[in-house]
Design a protein around this ligand. Structure first.
Ligand SMILES: Cc1cc2nc3c(=O)[nH]c(=O)nc-3n(C[C@H](O)[C@H](O)[C@H](O)COP(=O)(O)OP(=O)(O)OC[C@H]3O[C@@H](n4cnc5c(N)ncnc54)[C@H](O)[C@@H]3O)c2cc1C
Length: 484
């Protein structure tokens, strides 16, 4: 198999039996109402691969998801971007854990065999075989990185006295045995597989050896419990909850109780220093950022479009401050697009041998966007005001009160029902629980933005900027007396 269908995805989910808790044990993920909308969306995305050519590429006469294309040229990066764009367009960028995100990492890892072999030749074989298997079966992966949030003033391995963070507690002929928890894996109950990646940042001493690993497990492996947060949607119609009804990705704490991870699923173990560089030195960070900046750029486009539609609908589009907010969103779209093009144009063949996008422009967006994004729902709330509360249920749009809705809830350019539908979208993008979780998700998507900014600064080369300052200072010193 190369490209999976929606039915194939649903069939695979039905055959799985993950140990999921959400207000009690979930007997069947596939039949639970909290997952119905998101499963349908993920199935749709698989089916889209059959109709939208941007989503796939040809390899020896077979089609594969374009997120598996190993980039050799700038043109290949463009193919990857267009695919990520097509995927993001489906949800207006609301789906953050679509398969293309982890596929980007796996594609890089699959080329970095020597980097893994440097730790152990078996790890090279394991990661390359695993990536090939995921690609050929078009599986859906999620990942988990962070340790439980017990006491952030000590290291990850010291959380809860060393008893809470996921660690290797034993190893035997079959594999490594792991116990402990990982903070969050979004979508884990609906994914075929969970990539359990090295947490940032490990101490390079051997004290952190039990915490330094990378492996993959099926979501229903024995000993793994997925403890989900409460669902955010009320479960009414898709008109009432246009985003939450279809795009709510559930977050789950992953609790491992003596889970045996077979050796052929272990990609790294016992190399804390190497673990810290797994994403950067393999080129995975760059391919993942190329995908995520594409997604967030589409998301900004969605918010810009929504702001424009809402402002026109109630006749506020001529006011200066409204125009300013829309202009800022359009500028943000251009910044995202420009960074992507710059990253592609300045791409290069990296140490592991594929053509990777330049990290600098992507890192800049990655550092800026989590905080900028927060202004978009804020602008929706500012524009919509009480219109974001005058939102009857779908059932009341055409019922006894249909005439009143049309009369009293009409907009300047829209009949009542249409205006309610549009403002419902605004509510779900800026006011609802779904919107709150989106804001949290974007803020922390790449990690803590404040520490990301510090890391960005430490990696940045400021010498040319400082030279500029020194040259001007030198000139003022030279000209000082002469221009008195
Ligand atoms: C909705 C959502 C979905 C997520 N999905 C996934 C997923 O699928 N997979 C995954 O791996 N992760 C996921 N995450 C986790 C995400 O990667 C983390 O939220 C992020 O890395 C921040 O870590 P933390 O949540 O543990 O925050 P913490 O590190 O606990 O930070 C909490 C606060 O304390 C401050 N702080 C803590 N330590 C320090 C320090 N040393 N110096 C300065 N300030 C500090 C931070 O600035 C922050 O304000 C998800 C998070 C959210 C919110």
């Amino acid at each position: 198999m190369s490209v999976r269908t929606g039915a194939g995805y649903i069939e695979a989910l039905r055959a799985m039996n993950p140990n999921v808790y959400m207000d009690g044990k979930v007997d069947s993920v596939i039949d639970h109402p909290a997952f119905a909308g998101i499963i349908a969306s993920y199935a749709d995305l698989y089916d889209l691969q059959k109709v939208d050519e941007r989503l796939t590429y040809d390899e020896n006469g077979e089609r594969f998801a374009a997120s598996f294309l190993v980039p050799r040229t700038e043109a290949d990066l463009v193919v990857r971007r267009k695919a990520a764009r097509a995927c993001a367009e489906y949800s207006g960028g609301m789906l953050g854990r679509t398969g293309d995100h982890m596929n980007a990492a796996l594609t890089a890892f699959s080329q970095a065999g020597a980097w893994f072999a440097d730790a152990d030749p078996q790890f090279e074989k394991n990661i390359v075989d695993y990536a090939t298997w995921v690609k050929e079966n078009d599986l859906l992966l999620t990942s988990t990185i962070g340790s439980p949030q017990v006491n952030r003033s000590v290291s990850a391995s010291e959380q809860g006295g060393g008893e809470t963070t996921l660690r290797v507690v034993d190893q035997n002929d079959r594999g490594i045995v792991v116990s402990g928890a990982r903070m969050i894996a979004t979508n884990a109950p609906l994914a075929d597989e969970i990539l359990v990646m090295p947490q940032t940042v490990l101490r390079s001493s051997m004290d952190d050896k039990p915490y330094s690993f990378a492996f993959a497990v099926p979501s229903d492996i024995d000993g793994l419990t997925l403890l989900c947060r409460r669902p955010l949607r009320r479960g009414t119609s898709a008109v009432d909850e246009p985003l939450a009804a279809r795009f709510e990705e559930i977050d789950a704490v992953c609790i491992f109780t003596e889970v045996t991870v077979p050796w052929d699923r272990v990609f790294l173990f016992g190399h804390p220093a190497k673990s810290n560089t797994m994403f950067t030195h393999t080129g995975a960070a760059a391919l993942m950022a190329h995908q995520s900046v594409t997604r967030t750029t589409v998301k900004t486009e969605f918010y810009a479009g929504l702001l424009a539609e809402m402002s026109e609908a109630i006749g506020i589009d001529g006011y200066g401050h409204v125009q300013d907010d829309i202009a800022q969103a359009l500028v943000a779209v251009q910044m995202g697009r420009s960074a992507l093009r710059a990253a592609e144009a300045d791409g290069y063949v990296n140490d592991v041998g594929f053509f990777q996008p330049a990290m600098e422009p992507l890192a800049a967006v990655r550092t800026w966007y989590p905080r900028y994004f927060q202004s978009l729902p804020q602008a929706i709330r500012k524009f919509g005001a009480s219109g974001l509360t005058a939102l009857p249920f779908e059932g009341d749009l055409d019922g006894d009160l249909g005439g009143d809705v049309d009369r009293f809830l009409q907009g300047k350019s829209l009949p009542g029902g249409e205006r309610v539908r549009l403002f419902n979208l605004g509510f779900d993008a800026a006011v609802s629980s779904f919107a709150g979780r989106q804001a949290l998700f974007e803020y922390y998507f790449h990690g803590d933005p404040l520490r990301m900014a510090s890391a960005y600064l430490s990696a940045a080369d400021t010498s040319s900027h400082r030279d500029l300052v020194r040259r001007i200072l030198d000139r003022t010193r030279r000209d000082g007396r002469r221009l008195k």
